[in-house]
Design a protein around this ligand. Structure first.
Ligand code: HEC
Length: 464
């Protein structure tokens, strides 16, 4: 177990008074740490003995040859390959030190709470940084101990081309959507026709996946599938949780395209959606509901580096909270969901200290969280409208709530369900209230299509 020994030593070294040399002089430091007997080259971390197992564990889920598309984007290199890893070494160091990779927004304090979380251990990070600083040495391929990459988080794209497995229903645009040269931001509402007779009666969605046509799809909103954005995989509801999809000739989606405009930048997009339904006889106890919890009415002053807005939302019946999805735009800096229980006790549900618009995660509880009636959500958003924010489109502008990426948003989407079990048997008659709600939701989205209203960044709630 050479790797473990080495990382233990790295730890021992990094707590020593030599630690500040670690980044610059690994071979020399290693010699110091390992004693005079160890030759410097042997002690310096190498790709095969040290870095590769850590790349496999922390990175290869995405950074593998023909890596998976995560909501439309693919990692730019394989880290299972020495030549590529070496070429990217300085970037790897930077991505690790800044916390940009592995991509994940929830603070370390939430470790263990959310599905598909991505944290890298400090000792592992230190070892990878040491590998880069030591010259990104190759080492001996015979020392590679291939781990089962797939085990690191289900990464091999299944043959069907869908993470959810072969869908029961697949839909796509009637024809490819032309995203013209001039487009920078464009948010059309588009219908995907459901193949004739493919969906003649309402069905319960167990899993749903949006398959964006490419990286220019910034995000997609659909009543049935939640939100498809970079960094977000398919929607898989817990056993016994579902969303009703009414029988319908169309699936309506609100697209958000974003790319650099200019000659030759036009693309055509063919986004698809796939659904897996519950089988007859399954029992739906929890009908999933969602709420965007948008908050507006504030103005971010020009140049303000740390502008905070807050909002509250009362929980009106006992619920299980399934997931949280903070949403801001380029000036978004940090976001927090707190709950105040009826007895006054407060708990932080989600703290995203370094919000990144490019990675819009949905934080899904491993175990849905019980929130009793009378609890109050306290929601806080922080914005950086200064020139130091490298994503800021215009630090000299005052900014208000609006749909363009140059405007801002302060949304705190939640998915939840009442705790009272419905006991709906799939295949039996669907309770009228559930049918009505599902149809209304769909109609609202459809109606808004005529107005060319804009999805998650949609302002239809303003008229309600
Ligand atoms: C969930 C998938 C995923 C995981 C896990 C992941 N990456 Fe990435 N990585 C990406 C994607 C997608 C990109 C390209 C988009 C971007 O740069 O934001 C990327 C980009 C990068 C870049 C280029 C950054 C830049 O500034 O251009 C580096 C370096 C990198 N990753 C290193 C790592 C390392 C090291 C790990 C593991 C510790 C890791 N990544 C884990 C998906 C992932």
């Amino acid at each position: 177990m050479r790797r473990n020994q080495l990382s233990d030593r790295m730890l021992a070294c990094s707590t020593s008074r030599y630690s500040h040399h670690l980044r610059f002089a690994v071979p020399a430091l290693a010699a110091l740490c390992f004693g005079a007997g160890a030759a410097a080259q042997e002690a310096a971390p190498t790709f095969y003995a040290d870095a590769l197992p850590l790349f496999e564990k922390n990175c290869a889920a995405c950074h593998q040859p023909d890596g998976p598309r995560v909501g439309g984007i693919t990692a730019p290199m394989s880290l299972l390959d020495y030549t590529q890893a070496r070429a990217w070494a300085p970037m790897i160091r930077n991505a690790l030190v800044t916390g940009y990779m592995p991509p994940w927004g929830a603070h370390e304090r939430h470790r263990g709470e959310f599905k598909d979380e991505r944290y890298i251990d400090e000792a592992e990070k230190a070892l990878l940084v040491a590998w880069v600083d030591g010259g990104a040495l190759e080492g001996d391929p015979a020392q590679a101990r291939r781990q089962d990459t797939a085990a690191s988080s289900g990464t091999a794209m299944p043959e069907s081309g869908w993470w959810i497995g072969k869908p029961d229903l697949e839909v796509q645009f009637e024809q490819p959507v032309e995203v013209a040269d001039s487009v920078e931001d464009w948010q059309p509402t588009i219908q995907m026709p459901v193949p004739e007779d493919a969906h003649a009666e309402p069905k319960w969605i167990a899993k749903a996946e949006l398959n964006p046509g490419g990286p220019w799809v910034h995000h997609i909103v659909s009543s049935h599938m939640g939100v498809g954005v970079p960094g977000r995989g398919p929607f898989t509801y817990p056993e016994g949780w579902g969303v009703l999809m009414p029988e319908d000739p169309f699936i309506t989606v609100n697209m958000h395209y974003h790319k650099n405009p200019g000659e030759g930048t036009a693309v055509t997009d063919m986004t698809k959606a796939g659904f897996v339904f519950y089988d007859d006889g399954a029992v739906i106890d929890h009908v999933v509901e969602t709420n965007l919890l948008p908050h507006n009415g504030w103005t971010i002053p020009a140049g303000d580096p740390n502008f905070k807005v807050t909002n509250t939302h009362e929980i009106e019946e006992d619920i299980f909270l399934l997931s949280m999805g903070p949403h801001m735009h380029y000036r978004g800096k940090a976001m927090r969901y707190e709950v105040e229980y009826p007895d006054g006790e407060r708990e932080t549900l989600l703290w995203v200290p370094d919000y990144d618009f490019n990675w819009q995660f949905l934080y899904e509880y491993e175990e849905p969280k019980f929130l009793p009636k009378g609890s109050v959500l306290h929601l806080s958003w922080w914005f950086d409208n200064s020139a130091n924010n490298r994503f800021n489109p215009d630090p000299s502008a005052e900014v208000v709530y609006g749909p363009e990426t140059t405007d801002e948003m302060a949304n705190a989407r939640i998915y939840f369900a009442p705790t009272t079990k419905r006991g709906i048997v799939v295949g039996d008659a669907i309770p009228q209230d559930v049918l009505d709600t599902a149809r209304e939701e769909d109609q609202r989205r459809r109606a808004s299509a005529d107005l060319l209203v804009l999805g998650e960044d949609d302002l239809s709630w303003l008229q309600e």
